[in-house]
Design a protein around this ligand. Structure first.
Ligand code: AMP
Length: 553
């Protein structure tokens, strides 16, 4: 028997129409050098229509064509987020922190026909233009720029505002799109090998947004103002730009002002209720708030994900500033919302912590399982560790192999029965709480036992004089591998390595204690702000680190 229900395609077009009308008075505020610039959702939708006209009528964009953005989080980027998928084209968000070679690779691989680029990042694009294939026909530059940078570009160059000006403010948006058609592409920011393309469908974006707006996630409503510090080129800013149009939450866009001071200032002034970012950014913001002078109490919730959130960071926000931090896990391949760490009911604040420092629970739409080293299913008992595999309606089932080619399903990324192999290692409790101990490639295999680099880092970062700590595996003659601890001290710190080792000795088993230690100025970071452990391992191998050996006293 078939159901009697309507079969309405779940599309970005629906999200756009809803936000533009029902939430037409909600606002997108972009932080600029000259203060905040505010536009209503209705205005943003009208400008999206103008952009769609320009892309279609002037630049010849048709259904299925790829339109890329190389932009900060701002109103114009939001306009592209809405216009491009809703006209049936595909939005490709380019990561402006990618190394030049990778940037060129993904523009060519996705066959971008147009790139909408912020004038402030044009030098990055200009540097790779000679490497770009002739599939790229037009550049649309938003904001002031230096035209000399584009002297060698044979395609069309357009100024964003001039291009969209005087065009109709409504557009025959596609209501009949196949919900399984491509809406957006995002490439992984993998530190090894070429980036891999994940193509989100209209349906996956829509369902994921509903999850973002669910009470057990960001829980966005029309009463919120949300500050996506996470870039719109990093897994669609975790779904927030579209989810806001669905729920009516105001958006506060930080543009390129991602340093602790302007962030604290915009929070103080615009008073967002929810925000989201990776731990490294929040670390800097916490120091800024600790220094005093800014009020961040408008924030009812800050979501941290992208790498393991050190418990000390969560507690710092909560205990010193009354801001609740919620830990979440996800990846480019999972849209990204995979887990969210809401503790169970009936616990005291103290009892909640062991749940809150986990990566959290999977929503109903995301199934999870753990696979052991020989392919066996590991029990969800909170102890047995294995590689996390997931499946669900917003989880990738393959990678984009280029236009006209069948998608790729490499065996190390997808199981034979179609689950995504995340490369993350951890445990799951019987009631569904995921705790990640490592990336599979980052675990430290010492004498047949696994040492969790994340656990050592979290414990080290709980020391008040430690700003950041990254622990990696290095080769060891006796044990195969041993941990190397690299530590960034806070300004004015007096603690020496011996003291840090003693601090750690009180918190982890003695066989896990690193012998090799190095104080560094900064932990190298990837293009999305994660610890770049490959670089640390290479620095160690090339003897670029000043390593101190500390054994038992
Ligand atoms: P990306 O595709 O760049 O978002 O990277 C995804 C990877 O980031 C995941 O596979 C994890 O290794 C890591 N990650 C994301 N969130 C967390 C988290 N809350 N705790 C630990 N690792 C995380």
């Amino acid at each position: 028997m078939f159901s009697t229900m309507q079969d309405v395609p779940l599309t970005v077009t629906r999200i756009l129409r809803h936000g533009a009308t029902v939430h037409g008075t909600s606002t997108v505020t972009t932080w600029t050098e000259d203060g905040p610039v505010v536009r209503t959702f209705a205005e943003v939708a009208a400008r999206s229509a103008q952009l769609a006209h320009a892309l279609r009528d002037e630049l010849g964009i048709r259904e299925g064509d790829v339109v890329a953005t190389l932009m900060w989080n701002n109103t114009e980027h939001q306009e592209a987020y809405l216009a491009v998928p809703s006209m049936g084209a595909v939005l490709h968000t380019l990561n402006l922190r990618l190394p030049a070679q990778q940037l060129a690779y993904i523009v060519n691989h996705a066959a971008d026909r147009v790139i909408v680029v912020d004038g402030s990042v044009l030098p990055l694009l200009a540097a790779v233009l000679p490497q770009l294939a002739d599939t790229l026909e037009h550049l649309v530059v938003s904001g002031p720029y230096d035209p000399a940078l584009l002297a060698g570009f044979a395609g069309g160059v357009h100024e964003y505002e001039a291009l969209i000006a005087d065009r109709p403010t409504d557009f025959p948006w596609r209501d009949d799109l196949d919900e399984r058609a491509a809406a957006a592409i995002c490439y992984t920011s993998g530190t090894t090998g070429d980036p891999k393309g994940v193509v989100y469908s209209h349906r996956s974006v829509y369902l994921h947004c509903m999850q973002v707006n669910a009470a057990d996630s960001f829980g966005l409503t029309g009463q919120d103002t949300v500050l996506p510090v996470v870039p719109m080129f990093h897994v669609n800013a975790w779904g927030i730009p579209h989810a806001a149009f669905m729920s009516g939450a105001n958006l506060l866009m930080p543009d390129r002002f991602l340093q602790p001071k302007p962030l604290a200032e915009m929070i103080d002034r615009i008073r967002p209720t929810v925000s989201a970012a990776v731990p490294t950014i929040w670390n800097g913001l916490l120091d800024e708030l600790d220094a005093g002078g800014h009020d961040a109490t408008s924030l009812r919730m800050v979501v941290i994900g992208g790498s393991a959130c050190p418990p000390a960071l969560m507690k710092g926000f909560e205990e010193r500033h009354g801001i609740r931090v919620v830990h979440a896990w996800g990846m480019t391949e999972t849209s990204p919302l995979g887990t969210f760490a809401t503790p169970p009911a009936g616990l005291t604040a103290e009892q909640e912590w062991p749940y809150r420092v986990t990566q959290g629970r999977f929503p109903a739409s995301v199934e999870a399982r753990l696979t052991g080293p020989s392919g066996e299913r590991m029990p969800h008992d909170g102890v047995s560790a294995g590689e996390l595999e997931v499946r669900g309606p917003w989880i990738a089932g393959a990678y984009f192999a280029g236009a006209g080619r069948d998608p790729e399903r490499p065996a190390d990324k997808f199981s034979e029965d179609g689950w995504l192999r995340t490369g993350d290692v951890g445990t799951i409790t019987a009631d569904g709480f995921l705790t990640l101990t490592d990336r599979a490639k980052d675990v430290i295999k010492s004498g047949g036992e696994w040492i969790s680099s994340v656990e050592l880092e979290n414990q080290l970062m709980a020391h008040p004089e430690v700003a950041e700590a990254a622990v990696v595996a290095v080769p060891d003659e006796k044990w195969g591998e041993r941990p190397l601890a690299t530590v960034v001290l806070r300004p004015g710190a007096t603690a020496g390595l011996r003291e840090l080792r003693a601090f750690l000795a009180e918190r982890v088993a003695s066989w896990q204690l690193p012998e090799r230690w190095a104080i560094v100025e900064a932990v190298p970071k990837t293009s999305v702000g994660k610890f770049d452990k490959k670089v640390i391992r290479a620095d160690y191998a090339a003897e670029r680190l000043e390593v101190t050996l500390l054994g038992k006293e």
